[in-house]
Design a binder for this molecule. Structure first.
Ligand SMILES: NC(=O)c1ccc[n+]([C@@H]2O[C@H](COP(=O)([O-])OP(=O)(O)OC[C@H]3O[C@@H](n4cnc5c(N)ncnc54)[C@H](O)[C@@H]3O)[C@@H](O)[C@H]2O)c1
Ligand SMILES: O=C(O)C[C@H](O)C(=O)O
Length: 325
């Protein structure tokens, strides 16, 4: 008699663990299940909450016409054998705070989550979402000891989607017709590449004047804060969950999509030993390759300034973690 756990080929469906079942985590669980991408394990420290969310999502399956399993838990043992682990655990910022103000609280949470999750899913690919994003991804990379291909951060897909949204609103065109890429850190020093933004192949520099483009760039840089100020409690979660689900999808379906991804750089763009957003191809092994774009001098300078700020915060985070251990 073969039990289901003895039969990996026939019975193992892809499984994605989401650590942190808050607003981003639970919305991501919904996206993954409703896109029929994988079974989901939602883990949180709050007892009962991930279990309740999972049951609620399970009860929607007949209506949404999918058959994915969603499990809620407080125990890492239930996450074992996951193909992907997404870390959303940690505090969101409040109005008036920068993402870097979350460093102290979230560093310990993310390091612990990463260590616990890798112990149960040693072959998983990790996607970090918790802020401050680039620093948290670096800490999770260190904590897990994973090769850089298997650990990345989500921010660029979201920042790019915001830039595309603002361009589409300005021009009155379909958002899907706008393509743009935002590189750098997930913060005020992010680097929206206006030069590469197009509407169905037409550069936006042909369609909008310099002052308007600069206004849209500034709104993109402030995109997270704009929502935090409006909501007053917590930040964005619908678009962040959509953005993360696109990365999950590209990995699980081996789509090799070229997406702005926070990754550990090893000399690309003249940067080393830092995590920052650059274009990466995402497939079944995680990051398949890092694309080095030909940047102008000012774009390169902006990327380096962004990286310098991440480096300083990595050092701060390491000091904080050293004090606590
Ligand atoms: N990278 C991005 O683009 C992006 C976008 C949106 C949000 N974020 C960040 O994602 C994080 C989560 O945001 P949210 O809106 O979902 O917040 P939230 O408060 O709704 O959810 C966070 C969850 O983490 C849980 N948690 C805390 N410590 C934990 C631990 N040790 N183990 C497991 N779970 C733990 C909490 O109980 C809570 O349910 C924040 O840091 C936020 O700033 C990043
Ligand atoms: O702005 C935040 O604090 C959350 C997230 O990073 C976002 O950009 O929406």
């Amino acid at each position: 008699m073969i039990s289901s756990s003895d039969s990996p080929i026939l019975c193992r469906l892809p499984r994605v663990t989401i650590v942190g079942a808050g607003r981003v985590g639970s919305t991501l669980a919904q996206r993954i299940a409703e896109k029929n991408l994988a079974d989901v394990v939602l883990l949180d420290i709050v007892e009962g909450m991930p279990q309740g969310l999972a049951l609620d999502l399970m009860e929607a399956r007949g209506i949404e016409l999918h058959n994915r399993q969603i499990v809620g838990t407080n125990n890492y043992a239930d996450t074992s054998g996951s193909q992907i682990v997404v870390i959303t655990a940690g505090l969101p910022r409040k109005p008036g705070m920068s993402r870097d103000d979350l460093l102290k609280t979230n560093a310990k949470i993310v390091v612990e989550a990463a260590k616990n999750a890798i112990a149960c899913s040693p072959h998983a690919i990790f996607i970090v979402v918790t802020n401050p994003l680039d620093v948290m991804t670096y800490l999770a990379w260190q904590a897990t000891g994973l090769p850089r291909e298997r650990i990345m951060g989500m921010a660029g897909v979201l920042d790019s989607a915001r830039f595309e949204t603002f361009i589409a609103l300005e021009l009155g065109v379909l958002p899907a017709d706008v393509k743009a890429m935002v590189l750098g850190s997930h913060g005020d020093l992010m680097v929206p590449l206006s030069r590469y933004a197009t509407v169905n192949g037409i550069p936006i520099t042909e369609l909008l004047d310099v002052a308007t483009i600069e206004r849209l760039v500034q709104r993109t840089r402030n995109g997270g804060a704009e929502i935090v100020e409006l909501m007053q409690t917590g930040g964005a979660f619908f678009a962040p969950a959509s953005a993360t689900s696109v990365m999950v999808e590209s990995i699980l379906l081996n789509q090799s999509r070229l997406l702005p991804t926070a990754t550990y750089l090893q000399g690309e763009y003249g940067l080393e030993d830092v995590v920052i957003g650059v274009p990466c191809r995402l497939g079944c092994g995680g990051i398949e390759n890092v694309l080095e774009l030909n940047l102008s001098d000012s774009e390169t300078e902006a990327l380096h300034t962004s990286a310098q700020s991440v480096r300083q915060n990595i050092m701060k985070a390491q000091e904080i973690l050293a004090m606590k251990s």
